[in-house]
Ligand binder design. Structure first.
Ligand code: UDP
Length: 389
């Protein structure tokens, strides 16, 4: 353990870089010396935090790692692992004396924070970035975590109104919830030049007349298979970039996507780019950014990013998406899971470049105004300050 532990002890269960972790990266970097991070698994997230100067260490989570969102009930071994981890966190918080609040960034982290809060007498804040309840979470899992939240969460920060509403609809106490939208750093988007985007495009899809690109971890509900089916209905000079990796063990789904591409004879038009750190440049290099989630999205960072990249964004109309863009002005909405509607939306934008450009510009202006990192950090800090006293 480091000698210095700050006022906020922040917890996250994973070492991979999902959207929740990328957002926490900006939050904790924004909080600066006020925060110490403990992760329950090692990985690129820990490295990214260190690169940003955030104090971080890993406390391995043992059997708690085996619990999945859809799990009915955690095993006794997982519960024991959570209890032990909570003991470690509580001990560290008590020993450090400076800690005033436990700040959890994921469901598993919140379970640990809630158990630790009782043992060290500190308030717990849950940054909720998931839509609780089916279809994302089992009813039992939801009931368990909401009961814990009603008992132990002094505040729940929801990343969208949709996330807040799902928490309350699942039985969560309304008065503890504060909505703080995610903010996205504009610097990588400002840094992309047309020349570098053009070079990148030629490198990935030489000669492609039209490129649609979908970004995010490979997972059935993220809808990459729908984007592939949409491509099958588009002319042969249109290509699809699939950017992202199976972050949480969805290797079978990823293999299924490749098989689908082969079966449809699209191998020369679909490019699997894996996990990338140059999302801003790739978005700018594409003609249209597609969000294809088949289930409601809690927030959807990729929407704001596509808008910042000054690309028209086509997204599925569910969950927090409607809080980010408005159909026909700052983006285009299609029904979830509807490949034909997605293909029609891509074709319509391609056929009308002035409309595509107007939507892209309006989206970029809106994203800059509404989803800044500074506002997000201010919002989270205000909640932590209120609770920490
Ligand atoms: N992302 C990335 N590299 C990739 C694919 C995705 O950095 O290859 C980022 C993407 O830019 C976004 C995040 O992963 O910031 C995904 O966040 P989102 O809210 O869209 O989905 P989540 O993973 O939280 O469900």
């Amino acid at each position: 353990m480091t000698a210095h532990v700050a006022r906020v002890l922040a917890l996250d269960h994973t070492g991979v870089l999902g959207g929740a972790e990328l957002s926490m990266l900006d939050v904790t970097a924004g909080l600066g010396g006020d925060v110490t991070v403990r992760l329950f698994a090692d990985g690129p997230f820990r490295e990214a935090l260190q690169r940003r100067g955030v104090d971080v260490q890993v406390l391995p989570m043992g059997a708690l790692g085996g619990v999945r969102k859809g799990s009915l009930v955690p095993s006794p071994r997982a519960l024991l692992a959570a209890w032990r981890l909570a003991g470690d966190v509580a001990r560290e918080a008590r020993t450090a004396r400076t800690v005033r609040v436990l700040y959890a960034n994921s469901e598993k982290a919140f379970v640990v924070a809630a158990l630790a809060a009782g043992r060290c007498g500190l308030p717990a804040v849950w940054h909720l970035r998931d839509l609780l309840g089916p279809p994302h979470f089992s009813r039992l899992n939801t009931r368990g975590v909401v009961t814990l939240a009603n008992w132990r969460a002094t505040r729940v920060i929801a990343n969208s109104q949709a996330t807040a509403d799902a928490f309350v609809a699942s039985g969560g106490a309304r008065d503890v919830v504060r909505v703080v939208h995610n903010g996205i750093d504009t610097a990588p988007y400002d840094a992309v030049t047309d020349a570098s985007a053009h070079a990148l495009r030629e490198c990935v899809s030489p000669g492609a007349a039209h490129v649609m690109a979908v970004f995010g971890r490979l997972h059935a509900w993220k809808g990459q298979h729908v984007a592939i089916n949409a491509l099958a209905q588009l002319p042969g000079d249109c290509h699809l970039w699939i950017v992202g990796a199976p972050l949480f063990g969805e290797d079978d789904f990823a293999a299924g996507l490749r098989a689908q591409v082969e079966r449809l004879g699209l191998a020369s038009r679909v490019h699997f780019l894996g996990f990338r750190n140059d999302v801003a440049a790739l978005m700018r290099a594409a003609d249209v950014v597609v969000h294809a989630s088949t289930l409601p999205e809690p927030f959807g960072r990729v929407l704001v990013e596509g808008m910042l990249a000054r690309r028209p964004v086509i997204a599925t109309a569910a969950g927090g998406v409607r809080e980010i863009l408005t159909d026909g002005s700052t983006g285009v909405l299609v029904p979830p899971g509807d490949a034909a509607a997605l293909a029609r939306a891509v074709s319509a934008l391609r056929a009308d470049p002035p409309r595509a450009a107007a939507i892209a510009q309006a989206g970029a202006d809106h994203a800059r105004r509404a989803f800044g990192v500074a506002a997000m950090v201010r919002g989270v800090r205000a909640v932590l300050d209120e609770v920490a006293g």
